[in-house]
Unconditional design. Structure first.
Length: 341
């Protein structure tokens, strides 16, 4: 069988580990042939490929990013997009696809599977917000990067007696903010699932200063003050209809200074969270996902996504991953609130 592999959406640590595992087991055990599609769904849309054999995946396990490249291309927004994808697959002799990505990439895979394209999905998002899997690779790396940054900011906050706000990724789900904030001893954690009161945040800040410590506030980019909308960096949407978020950290710093008279500074981690080498956990999880994805393809179990349940890798319908997001539950957020202030 000739199988295409693509990586879509935002890059994250662990993508290369999946590619390596798919090719090593697929070619070495099952005898499949592979072709790499370049830059997400743009690859099958435009027919741009690269060789993807065992020699091509040697040494890529510890590398961040993706050797295939990525994009946020949506075939369903392109003229004759679906027809062009299926025509290119047929022209290139590709029998099936392994699509590695998050909500948007797997959403496209789900629609193509409904149209008869042979697809197996692998969940990828540093936000950890894909339903039907306990964890996605890239998340652990992002949390560790954010935690280390927050650890470092504690010392400068204390030295200058200022409040420091750390803005992390998280459009709709606050998993990175929650885990990184709790692991690093942040004094306030603000997430999209729980609109926050500016007055309450300022009270926490003043309480922290009264105890002769400087506060650290971790805020997800999609967090919103009560009664307000998202903080949008600039107008315009991507191919999947998402606005670019950003600016909540700076907005919050200004509010804290205005209401408390204390100096406040913001650090936006941004794409730093996505870069660099993956953690051991993410390398292992990504590798296992790749091994099980090629098993599913070899068994012609199409329209499925591999997922982590406990310590087991299972297969679930692709649609289960994209029908709704996995959000932080109120009871879990309540555990973090114990340490606020």
């Amino acid at each position: 069988m000739r199988i295409g592999v693509l990586t879509g959406g935002g890059d994250c640590p662990g993508l290369n580990a999946v590619i390596r595992a798919v090719v090593r087991k697929g070619a070495g055990i099952y005898g499949h042939e592979f072709v790499g599609f370049r830059d997400g769904w743009r690859g099958p849309l435009e027919g741009t490929t690269m060789p993807l054999g065992i020699p091509d995946v040697r040494g890529i396990l510890p590398r961040g990013g993706t050797i295939l490249g990525s994009s946020r291309t949506n075939p369903f927004k392109e003229e004759r997009g679906v027809e062009r994808v299926t025509e290119n697959l047929h022209r290139l002799g590709v029998d099936a696809l392994v699509a590695i990505g998050g909500e948007d990439t797997l959403g496209v895979a789900t629609k193509l599977a409904e149209r008869g394209v042979h697809v197996v999905g692998v969940p990828k998002t540093i936000d950890n917000d894909l339903n039907a899997t306990d964890y996605t690779f890239g998340f652990d790396t992002a949390v560790n990067i954010a935690m280390e940054a927050i650890d470092r900011l504690h010392t400068t906050a204390e030295s200058h007696h200022r409040a420091l706000i750390v803005e992390v990724m998280g459009r709709h789900a606050g998993w990175i903010a929650l885990h990184a904030g709790m692991a690093s001893g942040a004094n306030v954690i603000l997430i999209p699932e729980q609109p926050f009161s500016v007055e309450r945040v300022c009270a926490y800040v003043e309480s922290r200063f009264q105890a002769h410590y400087a506060p650290i506030i971790v805020v997800a980019e999609g967090a919103t003050p009560s009664g307000s909308g998202e903080a949008v960096l600039e107008k315009g949407l991507d191919a999947f209809g998402h606005a670019r978020l950003g600016g909540i950290g700076e907005w919050l710093a200004a509010e804290i200074e205005k209401n408390t008279g204390k100096e406040a500074r913001t650090t936006v981690l941004g794409h730093i969270q996505r870069g660099g080498t993956p953690t051991a956990f993410d390398r292992m999880l990504a590798t296992r996902f790749g091994l099980h994805a090629i098993d599913a393809a070899s068994e012609n179990d199409w329209g499925k996504m591999v997922a982590l349940r406990g310590t087991d890798i299972v297969r679930v319908p692709l649609a289960d991953a994209t029908t709704e997001l996995k959000l932080v539950k109120p009871e879990l957020y309540a555990e973090a609130e114990v340490f606020f202030g």
